[in-house]
Design a protein around this ligand. Structure first.
Ligand code: ATP
Length: 240
C-alpha cells in the first residue's frame, strides 16, 4: 500500500520469466506506487526490457504475481492490461500520422467519452509545445513532439501506469529535457511512471526511486542520490 492507502500501480512479486528455455527474470520483486516515478536501470542484458514486456502483458510470467492497481493480472493479454491501466510509450504510441494534432486528440475523445476541450486542455497543460502545432499533421512532428502527443493521448485513458521505454532514443537533448519535465508533472495526476532509459542521469533526474537490475533481479533500490554511487560499478560489470 502507498501513503494514500491505495495499492501500488504496479507490483511484481517474485516473477520468473524468460524466452523458450532461457530464464531471464529470476524472482523479480518490484513495486511502483501511485504518483511516483521509478527509474529501472542496469547494464545491457540485465532484464529491463523483459520486465517491461511482463508489465505490458506481452510476456507471461512462468511464476510469481503481477498486480496492476491491486488487481491480479497474471496471464492477461496486452489489451486487458491496457484496460487495467498500463500504457507503454513508445510501443503503444499509435498516433495517426495523417491526422493533425487536434484530430489525434479528438479520436481519443470518442474512445474515452471525454469532452474535446477537456482532452485538449489537459494535453496542452502538460505539453505546451503542442499548442503551436495543433493544426500540423502528426506525421510531420519531430520525434520528441510525437512522444508528447502519444503521452497526451495516453492521458485521456486515465492510466494507472505509464511505461516509458527508451523514449529518448534518437531525440535531441533539449527535447528530452522538456519531455521529462512534463513526465515529472504527470505524477500530480496520481499516475505512476516506470522509466527505462539508456541515459541514467536523465532518468535519475526525474525519478523518486531508482532500481538497478542485474541478472534478472533487483540489485539495489533507493533514492536516486543513493543509487547513483552504485551505478558505475553496476554498469562496469558488477550487476549484469
Ligand atoms: P538492453 O538494455 O540491452 O535492452 P535489457 O536489460 O533490456 O538490456 P533484456 O532485453 O530484457 O535486457 O534481455 C535480457 C536477456 O534476455 C538477454 O540475455 C537477452 O539476450 C535475452 N532476450 C531478450 N529478448 C529475447 C527473446 N525475444 N528471445 C530470447 N532471448 C531474449
Amino acid at each position: 500500500m502507498s501513503g494514500d492507502g491505495r495499492p501500488p500501480a504496479l507490483e511484481l512479486i517474485d516473477v520468473r520469466a524468460g524466452y523458450g528455455r532461457i530464464d531471464v527474470l529470476h524472482g523479480l520483486t518490484l513495486s511502483v506506487p501511485r504518483g511516483t516515478v521509478l527509474a529501472l536501470l542496469g547494464p545491457n542484458g540485465a532484464g529491463k526490457s523483459t520486465t517491461v514486456q511482463i508489465a505490458g502483458g506481452r510476456l507471461v510470467p512462468r511464476s510469481g504475481c503481477l498486480h496492476v492497481a491491486g488487481n491480479h493480472v497474471n496471464g492477461a493479454s496486452p489489451g486487458r492490461l491496457a484496460k487495467a491501466g498500463v500504457c507503454t510509450i513508445p510501443e503503444g504510441r499509435g498516433i495517426f500520422p495523417n491526422l493533425t494534432v487536434d484530430e489525434n486528440l479528438w479520436v481519443m475523445t470518442n474512445a474515452t467519452r471525454r469532452a474535446r476541450a477537456d482532452v485538449r486542455d489537459r494535453a496542452l497543460t502538460f505539453f505546451p509545445r503542442l499548442a503551436e502545432k495543433r493544426t500540423q499533421l502528426a506525421g510531420t512532428l519531430s520525434g520528441g513532439e510525437q512522444q508528447m502527443l502519444a503521452m497526451s493521448r495516453a492521458l485521456t485513458t486515465d492510466p494507472e501506469l505509464l511505461i516509458l521505454d527508451e523514449v529518448s532514443l534518437g531525440l535531441a537533448p533539449l527535447i528530452v529535457k522538456e519531455l521529462y519535465e512534463a513526465v515529472a508533472h504527470l505524477t500530480t495526476l496520481g499516475i505512476a511512471i516506470l522509466v527505462v532509459e539508456q541515459f541514467a542521469d536523465t532518468a535519475l533526474a526525474v525519478a523518486d526511486v531508482a532500481a538497478i537490475m542485474g541478472h534478472g533481479r533487483i540489485k539495489a533500490i533507493g533514492a536516486p542520490s543513493a543509487i547513483a554511487e552504485q551505478l558505475s560499478s553496476a554498469y562496469l560489470g558488477g550487476a549484469a
